[in-house]
Design a protein around this ligand. Structure first.
Ligand code: SF4
Length: 281
């Protein structure tokens, strides 16, 4: 057994909240730069230039890339050989989020009751937390800070097996089209296929954690990702909705076994501010 103090989780999460709010990951910067080279129209070129300039200013001055600093989602992969000390990991995650958001002056965007009170919790807690027990004596933390302009444009559909690949593609592209300028393109699009109503949506979100420089390891799903990216960029929505060639930077697909009668598909839209981090303790 390896003893790990949950204080270490708290520290890492607090630090990561501040870091991902102000700095794009290098792969995302490269994708934006590539998108810039593909644009030719005045408005789309200007939009990409503004995004890149904004990224540089945010990183150099330590200010958030966007005013919507997101809702935090955390995945904890806990090794079966780990024994936590000093409390519960979920409480440590929320202490880390609270510290990160208050110490770095990030906007607190969480409300308590979603329907009747909608009181701001003031420190961006609680985070959405998923846990998984794996082999080993380490704890892997993956997290994202998800903006809701794009989250609100996400969608799920229970297709039938007969709908097949065409049905999946049609639904993904319809969701991207419906998102349009309101979800702050260029997008990273997370797609979950298979599983159940709920797990399919979680897989769509999880797909957003993968660096945009990486594709699905299954060649059939990689081709699906590439085809969807090409078709998404033919929609012409363009950077910030100013028309152009860069509607999406990447489509990321995750799949899971499902029931013989079903073909669930979830599309989790993410804007260009696709903030995520991975840490191992
Ligand atoms: S969707 Fe993204 S870019 Fe748009 S406001 Fe929210 S975090 Fe910012």
């Amino acid at each position: 057994m390896r003893e790990i103090s949950v204080r270490e989780i708290e520290e890492r999460i607090a630090e990561a909240c501040g870091e991902i709010a102000v700095r794009y990951s290098p792969d995302l910067i490269k994708a934006l730069q590539k998108g810039r080279t593909q644009e030719t129209g005045f408005r789309s070129v200007t939009a990409m230039d503004i995004l890149l300039q904004n990224a540089e200013t945010a990183a150099s001055q330590n200010i958030p890339i966007c005013q919507d600093t997101g809702l935090v989602i955390v995945w904890l992969k806990i090794g079966s050989e780990v024994h936590f000390t000093d409390g519960l990991p979920s409480e440590a995650v929320n202490r880390g989020v609270a510290r990160g958001y208050t110490e770095c002056y990030l906007r607190a965007s969480s409300v308590t009751d979603p329907l009747y009170e909608r009181k701001n919790t003031k420190d961006n807690t609680p985070a959405v937390i998923y846990t998984e027990i794996v082999e080993g004596d380490q704890v892997e933390i993956e997290m994202m800070a998800k903006g809701f302009g794009s989250e609100n444009k996400s969608a799920l559909k229970m297709l039938t097996p007969a709908d097949g690949e065409k049905g999946v593609k049609d639904f993904v592209l319809e969701t991207i089209r419906n998102a349009g300028p309101n979800a702050c393109p260029p997008f990273v699009v997370g797609v979950g296929i298979g599983g159940t109503f709920d797990s399919c949506a979680v897989n769509a979100k999880r797909a957003l954690l993968r660096p945009v420089s990486e594709s699905n390891s299954d060649p059939r799903y990689k081709k699906l990702e590439d085809d969807l990216l090409t078709e998404a960029n033919q929609l012409g929505i363009g950077p910030l909705g100013f028309h152009g060639r860069t509607t999406a930077l990447k489509v990321q697909v995750e799949y899971a076994p499902t029931h013989i009668a079903g073909l669930p598909v979830a599309v989790n839209m993410c804007c260009h501010v696709c903030r995520h981090a991975r840490m191992v303790i």
